[in-house]
Design a protein around this ligand. Structure first.
Ligand SMILES: [Zn+2]
Length: 124
């Protein structure tokens, strides 16, 4: 995670991704809220053999990295031998599917609690 002192990999990965989450396109420099979501993901998780090379690192927002992807191995969703772009594309599809599933969960909770949004809340 960026803390103001970026590692060489953080800086290079950020520049390569134009400072956007590689999985959902969130602009990570557009606000303090977004900036604090900055993480560096191992595309192929370390637990299943992913390495520390820049090619295996992706800039990702905390929601995509921690909540939607976590230790999911994109080789499960990509063609055999997929390159970095193919693996990232597989993660993007996986993240989107997780978002849709979680949106369904949220809608159910809203119905149960008879949720009414606070019109004065500045953050949506
Ligand atoms: Zn994201």
């Amino acid at each position: 995670m960026a803390t103001g002192k970026w590692s060489k990999d953080q800086a290079e990965a950020g520049e390569r991704a134009n400072y956007r989450c590689e999985y959902c396109d969130l602009d990570l420099l557009s606000s303090i809220d977004n900036y604090k979501l900055w993480t560096l993901d191992h595309i192929v998780p370390k637990e299943v053999g992913g390495d520390e090379s820049l090619d295996n690192l992706a800039i990702a927002c905390r929601m995509c990295n921690v909540y939607f992807k976590w230790r999911w191995d994109p080789r499960k969703g990509a063609p055999a031998g997929a390159d970095r772009a193919g693996l990232v594309a597989a993660v993007r599809l996986h993240v989107e599917a997780q978002r849709i599933r979680m949106a369904g969960d949220l809608e159910l909770v809203r119905q149960i609690v008879e949720y009414k949004p606070n019109p004065e809340c500045p953050i949506r």
